[in-house]
Design a protein around this ligand. Structure first.
Ligand SMILES: *Cc1c(COP(=O)(O)O)cnc(C)c1O
Length: 445
């Protein structure tokens, strides 16, 4: 299987696409074609791992990772991804819980898969691979957790000092020696700019052999399709009906993963995207032009994206707005609605929902009555409420129990290096943090 750039001028193997992250022409990698499956093909696949191996195998065709696929899958789907029924009866509604991984958000799936792949690909090299990741909160924690202790790989996480929640900061700063946490005196945009500058700085790039683990890497996207595949197959087997999904989305990664699953033939009905006040996707599907905006800060901060990069992939798959309108719909949810929804979910379903998940329950409640009644809805929960306790607890007026994996992280000591927002400071921090001396920069290593 080849992976081609959405901008057309690069076609590479899976291994290359994973290592490179972004195509050399600035486009995003997509599989050259999608395998098509029928539900019956999975009669012998009871577990998500068995399902994953079967679905992912065609993408690994021709990859040096092909023989390791089962191991990669076992490492990735190592925690439960249950579907919980919220309401029985005529209007049965369920929740797909993606938050049982090490950092309590769905990004653990993509980060785990990417780490399992890259650690195998980086074998053979003398020089370790250095993953640079800029984060506004959730991504950095998931990536650090996934790469923690992996031989041959180092991770530098850049986050805006003082601008992440205390629990998020803990998840960014509590790891072992191969993870360097850099608290940048600046905003998220500074972190992102520094990562881009480092990638194009020839001397630094040759010293560190950089790679990226951000959400445009195809290695984050493919494994996310699997939980939609598995949940839809299970529902279809039990009821003979196709479930419809409501998905909180920002950069469109999680939404696109579901669209890919449906395009591969899995029994998925409607797909509804829920966005926050960064409403570009919803406006576009309602007929507005695609004009990227500056992102607004909202309660669902991990979805504060003004220019969702995966739209480029969605366009490559399905063309223009008119075509997309046939396939997906989107609702924008305000901060007031998010707060009201967190209260209502607690009152009606007895569950604490994180602000991102609340956008999905809100979008579901906004559907017209007929649409709500005729489909089997699965609402997607992208993070555990305990990660956003400062927002959720005052609304539901009770404390949210912290899951075991998260409390283990909270108990660990923190370690971060504070740095100025410029490339020289980043270079110095990387050299000191990873103990690379000047001799290593000569280029002969
Ligand atoms: C990243 C994130 C999202 C948005 O995911 P996309 O892939 O950007 O659509 C939603 N919820 C949570 C909790 C996240 O961390």
């Amino acid at each position: 299987m080849k992976f081609v750039s959405t901008r057309g001028s690069q076609s590479v193997s899976l291994d290359e696409a994973l290592m490179q992250g972004i195509a050399s022409d600035g486009g995003l990698f997509m599989p050259e074609s999608l395998p098509v499956f029928a539900p019956d093909d999975f009669a012998d696949c009871g577990t998500i791992q068995q399902t994953a191996v079967k679905v992912l195998a065609p993408f690994f065709d021709g990859s040096s990772l092909h023989a390791s696929l089962a191991e990669i899958v076992a490492e990735t789907y190592s925690f439960p991804i249950p579907v919980r029924t919220l309401q029985e009866g005529e209007r049965r509604v369920a929740m797909l819980e993606l938050f049982h991984g090490p950092t309590a958000a769905f990004k653990d799936v993509g980060a785990g898969f990417l780490a399992a792949c890259l650690s195998r690909l980086s074998g053979g090299h003398q020089q370790p691979l250095t993953i640079l990741v800029a984060t506004s909160g959730d991504t950095g924690g998931a990536v650090a957790a996934a790469f923690d202790g992996r031989p041959g790989i180092r991770v530098a996480v850049l986050f805006p000092e003082g601008r992440v929640s205390p629990r998020q900061e803990k998840q960014l700063t509590c790891w072992g020696k191969n993870v360097l946490s850099l608290a940048v005196k600046g905003a998220f945009d500074d972190c992102q700019r520094l990562v881009k500058e480092a990638f194009v700085d020839a001397a630094l790039a040759s010293t560190f052999r950089f790679s990226s683990a951000n959400s445009i890497n195809i290695g984050r996207l493919l494994p996310q399709s699997i939980y939609y595949v598995h949940a839809s197959l299970q529902h279809y087997r039990e009821t003979g009906r196709r479930p419809s999904f409501v998905i909180p989305t920002g950069n469109l990664g999680n939404g696109l993963a579901c669209i890919l699953a449906r395009d591969m033939g899995f029994p998925i009905g409607q797909i509804v995207l829920a966005v926050n006040e960064n409403r570009l996707i919803a406006d576009y599907l309602a007929g507005a032009e695609w004009l990227p905006r500056t992102s607004l800060q909202t309660l669902a901060s991990a979805m504060d994206v003004g220019n969702p990069s995966n739209m480029e992939r969605l366009r490559a798959l399905h063309g223009d707005a008119a075509d997309l309108q046939q396939r997906i719909s989107a609702y924008a949810v305000s901060d007031e609605q998010i707060s009201a929804e967190i209260k209502r979910n607690y009152a009606e379903f007895g569950i604490a929902t994180c602000p991102h998940t609340a956008t999905a329950t809100s979008a579901w409640r906004s559907l017209d009555a007929e649409r709500r009644a005729t489909e089997d809805w699965v609402l997607v929960s992208t993070a555990h409420a305990a990660k956003f306790e400062t927002i959720v607890e005052p609304l539901i007026e009770t404390s949210v129990e912290v899951p075991a994996a998260l409390s283990a992280i909270l108990a660990r000591p923190s370690n971060a290096v504070s740095m100025n927002p410029n490339l020289a400071a980043l270079a110095a921090a990387l050299k000191a943090g990873f103990q690379v001396d000047a001799a290593d920069t000569s280029g002969d290593k």
